[in-house]
Design a protein around this ligand. Structure first.
Ligand SMILES: Cc1cc2nc3c(=O)[nH]c(=O)nc-3n(C[C@H](O)[C@H](O)[C@H](O)COP(=O)(O)OP(=O)(O)OC[C@H]3O[C@@H](n4cnc5c(N)ncnc54)[C@H](O)[C@@H]3O)c2cc1C
Length: 242
């Protein structure tokens, strides 16, 4: 019997779920519908820096999840036959003004490296070496480089994964949907029943599952991203992230 699965949200999480559902053995018996209106999607807006290893957050569950995500990228990109325009291990450099802070950071990096092979090599760089790698910097500081750090183009990744899954068992519906108290998906054509519903709506989870009587602890985090175009500067796609 055919199984019907709904995915609500088509950012990086929903698109990855759709991709793996299309690759499952017996996927021809699974019909997947992904609902997404694309409004405000974080995956398209993100800077795409993949480098969770030096985070000092105490939340170990978060760290394990973020680390597993970083570990998955090379395999996912290879399997989905996506290229370096989508994901590239350019390396990341984390700088510190103070020598003692740099040593602490390096020790943390070495420790994390023991359980995170994707990090690649870890080394300290002098201020001059940092500037050699990122000539744009006018006042460089010494830093720690992690060669496995990467950059992902979220929009290109999502498009690539959805295009691949659409060749098999995925249908994308560009609309905003709701859930009712019975867990049915309320679409423009009415309530639809699915065997499973995957919620991948990111920041919108709280409002989506409120009708089920479940409270999701999703809160905003304020930040700012400034994108600069540097005049007369050659585009260096291989430059590490600082
Ligand atoms: C400016 C910015 C910079 C960032 N930079 C980085 C970075 O450098 N490195 C990093 O690791 N992370 C970064 N992030 C975080 C990262 O982008 C997110 O964690 C990730 O993209 C979340 O993916 P997602 O699939 O969960 O959600 P999203 O990508 O937000 O996708 C959710 C989708 O669900 C859709 N949706 C919501 N409700 C409904 C509904 N009811 N019906 C239908 N569709 C619905 C939305 O329209 C959206 O398309 C950044 C985020 C932002 C905003």
């Amino acid at each position: 019997m055919q199984k019907r699965i709904a995915i609500i949200g088509g950012g990086i999480v929903g698109a990855t779920a759709a991709y793996y559902l299309s690759k499952l053995p017996g996927s021809e018996k699974i019909k997947v519908t992904l609902f997404d209106d694309g409004v405000g999607q974080a995956s398209k807006a993100a800077a795409g820096i993949i480098s969770p290893w030096l985070s000092k957050r105490r939340n170990q569950q978060w760290y394990r999840l973020a680390k597993a995500g970083a570990d998955l990228y090379p395999e996912l990109i290879h399997d989905a036959q996506l290229g370096t325009d989508v994901y590239q291990q350019t390396g990341t450099i984390v700088t510190r003004e103070d020598e003692a802070d740099l040593e602490t950071l390096f020790a943390l990096a070495q420790d994390r490296r023991k359980t995170a092979a994707t990090m690649g090599d870890v080394a300290t760089l002098t201020a001059q070496e940092v500037q050699d790698q990122v000539p744009l910097l006018t006042n460089p500081q010494p830093g720690v480089v992690i060669t496995g750090g990467a950059r992902v183009d979220g929009a290109a990744l999502v498009n690539g994964l959805l295009a691949s899954a659409s060749k098999r068992n995925l249908k994308v519906s560009h609309e905003r949907v709701k859930l009712n108290a019975q867990g049915q998906v309320i679409t423009s054509l009415g309530a639809r029943q699915f065997d499973r519903v995957i919620l991948a709506v990111g920041a919108w989870l709280k409002e989506l599952i409120a009708p089920l009587g479940v409270n999701a602890d999703v809160r905003p985090q304020k930040g700012q991203l400034i994108e600069l175009a540097v005049k007369d500067y050659p585009l260096q796609e291989h430059m590490p992230v600082v």
